[in-house]
Design a protein around this ligand. Structure first.
Ligand SMILES: [Zn+2]
Length: 105
């Protein structure tokens, strides 16, 4: 799971580099409106991907903390064992399916 953190952090960096808005030295004067649109889309996509990765990173780090305190695999809401099939699919999860469903409502 630690590798997952490294992988996500690297991905985040890659996305940040792809974000056209990151280049502050960009000269907007000679950019055509078309280029602007493309950059806007690229920026929005980079932002969306980044927040998605950030959310996942937080979740994975939380799961790592649970491992450290010996509570991994136990639901942080109700304290019951999380279904192993669920853990297999989503190793970063910290709540059981029942609490997840409750949360969704
Ligand atoms: Zn639960």
């Amino acid at each position: 799971m630690k590798q997952e953190v490294l992988r996500l952090e690297k991905k985040k960096k890659d996305i940040a580099e792809e974000d056209p808005f990151i280049d502050s030295r960009r000269v907007s004067d000679n950019a055509s409106p078309d280029t602007d649109v493309v950059e806007q889309i690229g920026h929005a996509r980079a932002k969306a991907l980044e927040s998605q990765i950030n959310r996942k990173l937080i979740q994975v780090k939380k799961a790592l903390t649970r491992i450290k305190i010996g509570k991994y695999g136990l639901c942080e809401k109700c304290g019951r064992m999380i279904d192993t099939d669920r853990l297999m699919i989503m190793p970063e999860t910290t709540i059981c399916i029942k609490c997840e469903k409750k949360k969704g409502r």
